[in-house]
Design a protein around this ligand. Sequence first.
Ligand SMILES: Cc1cc2nc3c(=O)[nH]c(=O)nc-3n(C[C@H](O)[C@H](O)[C@H](O)COP(=O)(O)O)c2cc1C
Length: 212
Amino acid sequence: MPKQIWKPGTVLYPVPVVMVSCGDMEHKNIFTAAWTGTINTNPPMTYVSIRPERHSHALIQQSGEFVINLVTKDLAYACDYCGVKSGRDVDKFAQLHLTAKQGEKVAAPIILESPINIECKVVQVQHLGSHDLFLAEVVSVSVSDEYFDKSGKFHFNRSHPICYSHGGYFTLGEQVGSFGYSVRKQQNTTSIQKKPPRKMRKNRHHKKTPKT
Ligand SMILES: Cc1cc2nc3c(=O)[nH]c(=O)nc-3n(C[C@H](O)[C@H](O)[C@H](O)COP(=O)(O)O)c2cc1C
């Protein structure tokens, strides 16, 4: 298979795209971040990489707090807007009619319209070059009631989460597997499954959340 060799760059796609809220209830702001991710399970830790010239950079450096708000299809427009307009010039909460509520454990606001709000406290700032990496511990998580079924199971994917890939925002497509499905034993056989079992192909929901 022939390949073209590119200069080194950030081509790891798709990635999460989130709306990061920061500041406090009086001076609140939101910016969009794609350079974010989970880095530790216990204690739960995450990061956001922020260019020093962002208005949010100063706010987060000052408070040592931020909230990662997960983004849905309905929030895609707001997410893009928060990624092209600066809080120096506009009140993004007001412009987008988003509802701010003070976090449980941080002074920064959460965005109520987002299905999951991850409150974070910064534990370390690493200057990398173009961006500063804000390493943070998760101190509280708020989850919208509307995605729980009657038995109390949470169905996050019903919120239509979006990701970012090579300049575009995308909803998720068809489920093609689940954690460990490649080695899961089928009934009456011990062999490794090379194909997903039939039931899985029909978008079966799985009860267990994998430990990563
Ligand atoms: C899809 C997308 C992803 C982005 N990811 C980041 C990021 O990870 N880090 C960053 O510093 N800026 C990122 N930006 C740019 C900022 O969100 C943008 O400059 C924003 O206007 C900054 O707002 P502020 O000045 O109010 O902080 C992204 C923008 C978009 C549209």
